[in-house]
Write a protein that binds this ligand. Sequence first.
Ligand SMILES: [Cu+2]
Length: 165
Amino acid sequence: MLLKARVLIVSLLLVALMACGSESTEPAESSSSTSSSETTAVSAAQPACDAELKVELANDGPYAITAPESFQGNCEMTLDIKNYAVLVHNFRILKTSLALDALPIDEATAMVDIEAAGEILYSSGDLEQDATETGTVSLDSGEYVLFCNIAGHYQLGMVKSLTVN
Ligand SMILES: [Cu+2]
C-alpha cells in the first residue's frame, strides 16, 4: 500500500517536472541560442580584427614608422607593411618592459639586441623600395614597440609605440 502511494507520488512529480521542463524549454532555448552565438563571435579562437594594421616605413620621413597609436587586440591582426624609401627597411613588433628609447644595442652589429630587449612577435623581411609585406599576428592587450632593425636605424629614431586595447 505504502509502496504504491510512493510510486504514485514519484510519477506525479515526474509528470509535473516534465510539464515544467517543456514549458520553459521554448523561451530558454531561443534566448540561449542568441547569447551563445554572440559569445562565440567574441571568444572564438582569434577572429579577424575589424581593420588591418597599416604600417608605412619611411613615408613621413627617412626613418619614420607611420602606424596607428592604438589598435584592437585579442583578434587576428592583418599587417599591411610597405617601405616607401630607397633605403631598405624592415619591421619588428617587440613585447618588452623597456622604454621605447631604452632598447639595448649590440655594439658589434649596431642593431637592437633582440634577446636582451624582449620578445619579437612579428618580424618582416628586409623590404626594398615600394615592396610590401602582408602578415598576421595576434596581440594581447598591452604596450608594444615597433621598430626597424636595419643596422643603425633604431638609433636614428625608427621606432614607435603601439597600444593594443
Ligand atoms: Cu629602417
